[in-house]
Design a protein around this ligand. Structure first.
Ligand SMILES: Cc1cc2nc3c(=O)[nH]c(=O)nc-3n(C[C@H](O)[C@H](O)[C@H](O)COP(=O)(O)OP(=O)(O)OC[C@H]3O[C@@H](n4cnc5c(N)ncnc54)[C@H](O)[C@@H]3O)c2cc1C
Length: 457
């Protein structure tokens, strides 16, 4: 290991290689509760050539490499392995080009998601994927996890906006996949293989993103319900009325009270559930959709419907929703946030199943999420120092995943498999598809040096 660190220091410069315990401590965990491991060192490349150098040296020394953006991941993807080099792309954070003629933006992988949104916004364009962590997550991390966000229902997820990328392969080869063409069917779509690959197939160093014209108007509504079933029926009714809002989020009572204590936005604390709905587009269409959504909410039992009167009020409501995780995290020392996803028709029954599991194992589980996408965030509030409680948490998680799969759902809608959901992946995919994943990994990373042990062993 000493000779590897000496070679890395010689090639990158001492300032770009951290080895002291106090310096590398922050890189030993990500946003996932209970997972931590110190790496051997942390390196900060300047460009793809540096990344290539690091991968070649790692190969020579047979050292595992764990790529890292901002470390906000929620499945342990950037948690190091013993003896690993953490390859942190946070300093490769430049926006390289905004092309208004072709509606594209090219950025280094370490660029913060919010910075990408802002650069597009500054020229009247729009980058829709908006993970709750967008003020700190990197675009490389978003691509590696295929992250979703609050606008997923109408606009899709990160994959829908990546039209090109520069990627460094396990042997240090630098290649470019994709281009600015709207249509391109030359060869296999290799770009898609790297999206959502969680740092196990290559290191993304640049991304080329598709942008949209900025919607001219937005309207936000908040509707309260006395039962979760009524909220779920309202969601089905909105979709059945052929309205696809850009945001269709829900908070259960535990979450909304906690968010209100934290963000103080006057949420209806007695509601069993609230829906936060945002519609965007042409001003006339937005006004029409907002009116229809309001009617549908009332027709399905909403006890109140509040229309944000100003942009500031709309932003405050969206911020309140985005702060759900942080607000809940204040209640107990350990917060385990899951992201199981079911077909929309199964949402209400899945939420009930989570409540039953919480009662059975005497746990506090708050649930919120992207109702329009069928994506739930059952959030277990616990304490990792309490071994008995943690055992009950493990049992509850296994049951939540089982209930999800029984309903035709997936163990992860946006946070990835990483370390946290690895034991459940085969159960979801079945032997044949699982083996196919392993074949892809073997052909792109035959020596298993890129984030080994993540997704599968
Ligand atoms: C408060 C909070 C809210 C969140 N909200 C959402 C949400 O709404 N939607 C959502 O999808 N996620 C959400 N997340 C999860 C997380 O923010 C996303 O997964 C995000 O994309 C991770 O970005 P990062 O830069 O922090 O990546 P990291 O955590 O550093 O890495 C994540 C994974 O990507 C790999 N990786 C990182 N960069 C690269 C690269 N350049 N090349 C190859 N592999 C790479 C890592 O090896 C790791 O496997 C949230 C997290 C928090 C803490």
């Amino acid at each position: 290991m000493d000779s590897l660190i000496a070679s890395l220091t010689a090639r990158l410069g001492a300032a770009r290689v951290l080895t002291a315990r106090e310096d590398i401590l922050p890189y030993g965990f990500d946003g996932t509760a209970t997972l931590k491991q110190l790496p051997a060192c942390v390196v900060f490349p300047r460009d793809a050539a540096d990344v290539s150098t690091v991968l070649k040296l790692a190969r020579e020394h047979r050292a595992p490499v764990v790529t890292r953006g901002s470390g906000t991941g929620l499945s342990g993807g950037s948690v190091p392995l013993p003896g690993a080099i953490v390859l942190c792309l946070a300093k490769m954070d430049r926006i390289l080009e905004v092309d208004s003629a072709n509606l594209t933006l090219r950025a280094e992988a370490g660029a913060i998601t919010q910075k990408i949104y802002d650069a597009a916004d500054a020229v009247g364009l729009f980058y829709p994927p908006d993970p709750g962590s967008m003020k700190i997550s990197t675009i490389g991390g978003n691509v590696a996890e295929n992250s979703g966000g609050l606008r997923g229902l109408k606009y899709g997820v990160t994959r829908d906006y990546v039209i090109g990328m520069e990627v460094v392969l396990a042997d240090g080869t630098i290649c470019w996949l994709g281009n600015k063409c709207v249509k391109d069917v030359a060869g296999y779509n290799l770009r898609d293989l790297f999206i959502g690959s969680e740092g196990t197939l290559g290191v993304v160093t640049q991304v080329l993103l598709k942008l949209l014209p900025k919607p001219a108007a937005r309207q936000t509504l908040l509707a309260s319900f006395t039962t979760m079933d009524a909220a779920a029926e309202t969601v089905s009714a909105i979709i059945a009325a052929k309205i696809i809002p850009c945001t269709l989020e829900f908070l259960d009572q535990k979450t909304l009270r906690c968010v209100d204590d934290f963000a103080k936005v006057g949420l209806p604390r007695d509601a069993a559930a609230i829906l936060l709905v945002e519609t965007d587009g042409h001003p006339a269409a937005v006004a029409d959709e907002a009116a229809k959504i309001g009617e549908l909410c009332r027709a399905h039992g909403a006890t109140s419907v509040r229309l944000a009167a100003t942009d500031a009020e709309a932003a405050q409501l969206a911020t309140a929703r985005r702060s759900a995780f942080s607000a809940l995290a204040r209640l107990r020392p350990t917060t385990i946030l899951e992201d199981v996803t079911v077909p929309r028709s199964e949402l209400a029954s899945m939420i009930r199943a989570v409540e039953i599991i919480a009662q059975k194992h005497a746990l506090t589980i708050a649930t919120f999420g992207h109702f329009g996408d069928g994506n739930l965030h059952p959030t277990i509030l616990t304490d990792e120092r309490d071994a008995a409680e943690m055992h009950r948490v493990e049992l509850a998680l296994a049951e939540i995943f089982e209930e999800t799969l029984k309903r035709g759902g997936t163990i992860t809608g946006e946070h990835g498999v990483g370390l946290a959901k690895k034991p459940f992946l085969k159960r979801q995919l079945g032997d044949a598809s699982y083996e196919l994943l392993r074949l892809v990994k073997k052909s792109l990373d035959p020596e298993a040096l890129l984030n080994p042990g993540k997704i599968f062993d």
